[in-house]
Ligand binder design. Structure first.
Ligand SMILES: Nc1ncnc2c1[nH]c(=O)n2[C@H]1C[C@H](O)[C@@H](COP(=O)(O)OP(=O)(O)OP(=O)(O)O)O1
Length: 181
């Protein structure tokens, strides 16, 4: 089983409208997406992220992948855990993905071998150019919600060539307060 991360960095486009009382982004906020240049999901948009390496924690992985892919520095303590997604292929768990959200970052995004970054208004996220499951959970995550989900794929290898079959979602999930998460 692969353990991986996705990290959604948000910024305010500066129209002066405050986020809501709970701190959830408003529709004028932008999210940093990448156009994946190689590997799983090549050619599709996603958040920065990737597979855990060595004994790093998911949070450390999200910080490292965001640095490697788009050159932004993130504060690990400011990453909010927003989701735990399980992707199954032909009945077996293929990838468990930890999803983070943050509005705290330093630097300007720059392209890398792996990714072309792009700030996208959260009401213009190109779901037709993303993993098919993203449209089911990413809008809620961008609104500040938490989600636990299972997504079943079948009949293809690699995962991005398989057919998306069905899913289960649990919204407003609370995640274990584990330091390493
Ligand atoms: N179904 C689905 N929806 C949304 N996002 C994903 C999936 N399946 C996935 O695997 N993913 C995400 C999870 C990861 O962020 C990436 C895949 O990671 P990958 O690019 O293979 O990992 P890296 O470590 O960056 O890759 P290499 O360095 O090995 O090239 O997709």
């Amino acid at each position: 089983m692969i353990e991986a991360t996705l990290c959604f960095v948000l910024r305010d486009r500066g129209d002066g409208r405050p986020d809501d009382a709970a701190g959830a982004p408003n529709a004028t906020d932008e999210v940093l997406l990448i156009e994946k240049r190689r590997g799983l999901g090549e050619g599709w948009y996603n958040g920065p992220g990737g597979k855990l390496e060595g004994d790093e924690t998911p949070r450390e992985c999200a910080v490292r992948e965001t640095r490697e892919e788009v050159g932004l520095e993130l504060d690990p303590a400011a990453l909010e855990k927003a989701g735990e997604l399980t992707f199954l292929l032909d009945g077996a768990v293929h990838t468990r993905c930890h999803v983070y959200r943050t509005g705290t970052f330093a630097g300007e995004p720059r392209p890398s071998d792996e990714a072309r970054p792009e700030w996208v208004p959260i009401d213009e996220v190109p779901y037709d150019q993303m993993w098919e499951d993203d449209r089911l959970w990413l809008p809620g995550v961008l609104e500040g919600r938490t989600v636990a989900g299972e997504f079943r794929f079948a009949g293809g290898r690699p995962l991005d060539e398989a057919e998306f079959v069905d899913h289960e979602l649990e919204w407003d999930a609370s995640f274990r307060a584990v330091e390493s998460d």
